[in-house]
Design a protein around this ligand. Structure first.
Ligand code: 16G
Ligand code: MG
Length: 556
């Protein structure tokens, strides 16, 4: 056993004094880890370094710690842990993260000792084992110092670490997954990541019809949100050589992170990033600050903006895979996993037109990813652009069998080969904007489908998202994948009563996992009706669930 890893916490925690808990600050490990103004985070980062070593010891695998606050403003930062095959920190350890985060020194030792006692093998005197932590960071000015705090925590508990510096969140998930699978998921390096993606993309595109070139221009423009996705896309493009041309804007050279650009800005406002003059016939996409979300968009002849959101990207992927399964004569089920925010039209199209199995799950990647793992092929995307496709082992084994079976017709084997390359292209650890971007490009080409054609497959039902501030948002509890409120009493009945006054309508409310707000979502036949319903429901939340400040006003 490492000398610093005794069951009783007699270790010095050399750096602990440098990271006191500021008074009056408590934080919760939420949907996407901790997020807060960067100045409030050094002590949290140090403690997450400590926790990562314990978790590495508990899981007997490498743990990843990513310093990022994704699409939040530059002034914020955050941290999340990943483990196993790139999964999010186990939900059962989130409470340990929460309680360690605000533990003062004495309490910290007590909590660490308790956690240490529970670690398997803690009583044995087995030979020294290194507990290894991979650290990554986004482009925020605060990230470097905060990553240092993580590494101080790691070394204080005798762990070792590798700081990868700037990486996208999905790249760190990949690195953790590849480390913990002994390279089965790919080589555990950034070079391994780029090679895997670029080779799979080139192999898929070798089967596609050549695309018409637009002289002196790029068919695809990518908004990097002034975040880490932009430089990482440049690296990826150097592996792709001439097989993909992308113009990158908001590459971080001058603009501010996530400011008037990026996937969240585009999704919420349904508009182009500031300064982008969109042209008909071109296509555009936006990443978020840590490159785990991707959205596409274009303008039509009249200059009207159209968003191809996560629901539509998920539809494209499901169509592509369903088509290949049929060609390859593989009788596997494609399941699509959505959250309550998925537009009702998308759900109907997937179920009724494509005849796919569709599930609705609570918001947050951890729920979608866990369910996707149970499926033959699980396609999951949140409407906000975060998602991926998971291929089950049973499917991959069968795909490999067909690929190699020379008695099968060429078309069948070719389809199986494309399925194989698709499974290599799409990040199996987590939703990954860079990997998804290559997948969307390849799938559109191979299906010979344009982005406007994908957009036109179904028409979104008008919707409205609002937020309401209440005294304590945790007082609102929900069931049925967040589509129905269980507390406070009477709220659900009142929502349903309002919904009945609108055509083709639905509405739900849920406490946000990342902001101190209650979110309200409504859909209805017309935009006016959706706006009205959302406002009515927001008023109900304010009145029945302890609203703070003025009542919500109607949107005009
Ligand atoms: C986080 C989640 C995202 C979810 C969003 C909801 C991960 C990696 N990210 O960004 O999946 O859509 O939170 O935020 O799980 P909300 O709870 O504030 O609505
Ligand atoms: Mg993100």
């Amino acid at each position: 056993m490492h000398p610093r890893m005794r069951v009783e916490m007699d270790t010095e925690l050399q750096h602990a004094d440098a990271y006191p808990v500021p008074s009056g600050i408590t934080m919760e490990y939420g949907t996407a880890g901790f997020r807060a103004p960067a100045c409030n985070l050094p002590h949290v980062m140090y403690r997450m370094g400590l926790l990562a070593v314990l978790r590495a010891r508990y899981t007997r695998g490498v743990i990843g710690v990513m310093v990022t606050a994704s699409h939040n403003p530059e002034e914020d930062n955050g941290v999340k842990l990943m483990e196993g095959l790139g999964d999010m920190l186990s939900v059962s350890w989130e409470k340990h993260a929460t309680s360690l985060a605000s533990a003062q020194l004495g309490e910290l030792r007590t909590q660490l000792s308790a956690l240490l006692r529970d670690c398997p093998g803690s009583e044995s005197s087995s030979p020294v084992q290194k507990y290894h932590v991979l650290i990554g960071q986004d482009t925020r000015a605060s990230s470097k110092v905060l990553a240092q705090a993580v590494s101080d925590g790691v070394t204080d508990l005798g762990g070792t670490f590798k700081d990868f510096g700037l990486v996208t969140t999905p790249q760190l998930h990949y690195l953790v997954a590849s480390h913990n699978s002994d390279g089965l998921m790919g080589e555990p390096s950034l070079d391994g990541y780029y090679r895997k993606l670029s080779e799979a993309y080139k192999a898929l595109m070798a089967q596609a019809k050549p695309q018409p070139k637009i002289e002196g221009s790029y068919p695809l423009t990518m908004d990097g949100a002034n975040g880490v996705g932009a430089p990482k896309m440049v690296e990826l493009l150097s592996y792709l050589k001439s097989s993909l041309a992308v113009k990158i804007i908001n590459n971080g050279e001058s603009g501010k992170l996530n400011h008037e650009c990026g996937a969240d800005y585009v999704k919420i406002g349904r508009r182009a990033p500031k300064g982008l003059q969109m042209l008909e016939g071109r296509i555009y996409c936006s990443l978020d600050g840590d490159a785990d979300r991707l959205l596409y968009y274009f303008v039509d002849k009249s200059g009207t903006f159209h968003l191809v959101d996560g629901d539509k990207i998920s539809t494209l992927m499901a169509i592509f895979i369903q088509h290949l399964l049929k060609e390859a004569q593989l009788p596997f089920q494609v399941s699509v996993l959505q959250t309550a925010y998925a537009n009702g039209s998308s759900t109907r199209y997937l179920k009724d037109t494509l005849q796919l199995q569709v599930y609705c799950l609570p918001t947050g990647v951890k729920y979608l990813h866990t369910k996707a793992k149970e499926c033959d092929i699980g396609v999951y995307f949140e409407a906000n652009g975060h998602g991926t496709v998971l291929f089950g082992k049973r499917v991959l084994d069968k795909v490999a069998e067909v690929m190699q079976d020379s008695s099968k017709p060429e078309t069948q084997r070719a389809a199986a080969t494309q399925l194989y390359h698709t499974s290599q292209l799409i990040n199996q650890a987590v939703g990954d904007a860079l990997s998804d971007l290559l997948a969307v490009e390849a799938m559109l080409s191979l299906l010979d489908l344009s982005l406007p054609q994908l957009y036109a497959l179904y028409t979104d039902i008008p919707s409205r998202l609002l937020k309401v501030k209440v005294i304590d948002r945790q007082q609102i509890t929900t069931t049925d994948a967040e589509r129905s409120v269980t507390h406070p009493e009477g709220l659900q009945a009142a929502i349903e009563e309002r919904v009945h006054h609108h055509l083709q309508a639905r509405a739900f409310v849920r406490p946000s996992g990342t902001e101190d707000m209650v979110r309200v979502y409504a859909e209805s036949k017309t935009q006016e009706s959706a706006d009205c319903l959302a406002h009515e429901v927001a008023l109900l939340v304010h009145r029945l669930a302890g609203g703070v400040g003025e009542e919500p006003r109607a949107t005009t």
